[in-house]
Design a protein around this ligand. Structure first.
Ligand code: UT7
Length: 338
């Protein structure tokens, strides 16, 4: 599916913010409790450190911090809706977004969650853009936050070394499709036939209706790494080509490539296929790992802060994850006063 905004009602980014919890986990820390090595983790994933929530910290705590920072960086802190993309809501019911909106002092506005695992930010961007295009909202706070380590089996070396916690957020307002910050055509896709490649088997209606005792490990995130890897490269490459083409851009015109930080080797494979030179590839996976839905806005916020992402840059965003679900879009980075 590809959708572009109708004339005059594009969603335009006017604020960005991010947050990672203070506790840092190094590869050395993981080596003390898992059958792995610093060398394996660095060469196979590109990760050296990642952040992890302290006991008792929930997704909403990360979301509130990132949301507050995005609102502060925006020209006006008022919004009509809060959309939260997350795989790790505070509770199975209700959605986490209303509590986040209330804690941000935005109580009363529309607030709901979007569930698209690591593609959550792009699905959230499409949802927020849709609210704006339909005239339901003039301004939307989109937050993507995951306390991913809360669903990871600490003893599973294939997932425990990759996944981490964090949050990123953007403020969007109604504007014109040709102004800086306007969200370009959004490409989204899914493949439920391969849903079992990434899953938390327990805790949902499938198991609960059977009233069976859960199997050990069913409460944890499970991923078929190799197969997921192949789908990720293929889908992000394809979606990226579509988004760039629909935007009327050439791949060679891209200034920055901002992909979901799944694994450094996946990012390299996609960027190589798209022939994006090294110096145009944004990455923070070495420091923050794979933060699920939060990955792209966390990357954008940190890159803007470090001056790696500058006003006027033509940026390609792409993501892939559980569902399976994937997406891509383009943005000309706005001047947010960094
Ligand atoms: O966020 C969106 C969705 N997720 C992704 O896109 C992640 C996709 N997948 C990956 O990033 C990679 O597949 C992993 C990092 C999970 C695994 O890397 P890989 O290069 O695909 O390794 P593999 O699964 O093919 O395993 C190779 C070997 C195996 O040992 P044998 O069977 O060859 O003896 C694994 O048991 O590496 C072993 N292995 C490890 N060894 C040391 C797996 N994890 C580890 C580990 N430390 N942490």
């Amino acid at each position: 599916m590809t959708a572009g905004p109708p004339p005059g009602r594009a969603a335009v980014i006017v604020g960005v913010g991010s947050y990672v919890p203070p506790d840092l986990v190094t590869n050395g820390d993981l080596v003390t409790r898992l059958d792995t090595s610093d060398e394996w983790i660095r060469t196979r994933t590109g990760i050296s450190t990642r952040h992890m929530v302290a006991p008792g910290t929930a997704t909403s705590d990360l979301a509130v911090e990132a949301g507050r920072r995005a609102l502060k960086s925006a020209d006006d802190s008022q919004v009509d809706a809060v959309v939260l993309a997350t795989t790790t809501p505070d509770h199975p019911c209700p959605a986490t977004a209303p509590a986040v909106a209330a804690r941000l002092g935005l109580g009363g506005v529309a607030a709901f969650d979007v569930s698209a695992v690591c593609t959550g930010f792009l699905y959230g961007l499409a949802t927020a853009s849709g609210l704006i295009a339909a005239g339901v909202a003039e301004r939307v706070l989109l937050i993507a936050a995951d306390a991913f380590t809360t669903i990871i089996d600490p003893g599973d070396r294939t997932t425990a070394v990759i996944f981490a916690d964090g949050a990123g957020a953007v403020v969007l307002r109604a504007g014109e499709a040709d102004e800086p910050g306007a969200v370009g055509p959004i490409v989204l896709g899914s493949d439920g036939d391969n849903a079992e490649l990434i899953t938390v088997p327990g805790g949902g209606s499938r198991h609960r209706s059977a009233r069976q005792e859960p199997k050990p490990g069913d409460e944890y995130f499970q991923m078929a790494g190799r197969a997921t890897y192949r789908h990720a490269v293929e889908r992000m490459t394809e979606a990226s080509r579509q988004a760039v083409g629909t935007a009327g851009w050439e791949l060679s015109q891209l200034d920055r490539f901002a992909a979901h930080q799944a694994n450094a080797r996946i990012l390299q494979a996609v960027a190589d296929r798209l022939e994006i030179p090294d110096e145009r590839r944004l990455s923070n996976i070495e420091r923050v790992g794979n933060t699920g839905a939060a990955s792209i806005p966390l990357l954008l916020a940190q890159a803007a802060e470090r001056g790696e992402l500058r006003p006027g840059h033509r940026v390609l965003l792409t993501a892939f994850g559980g569902g399976l679900a994937w997406g891509a879009t383009t943005i000309t980075w706005p001047d947010l006063g960094h």
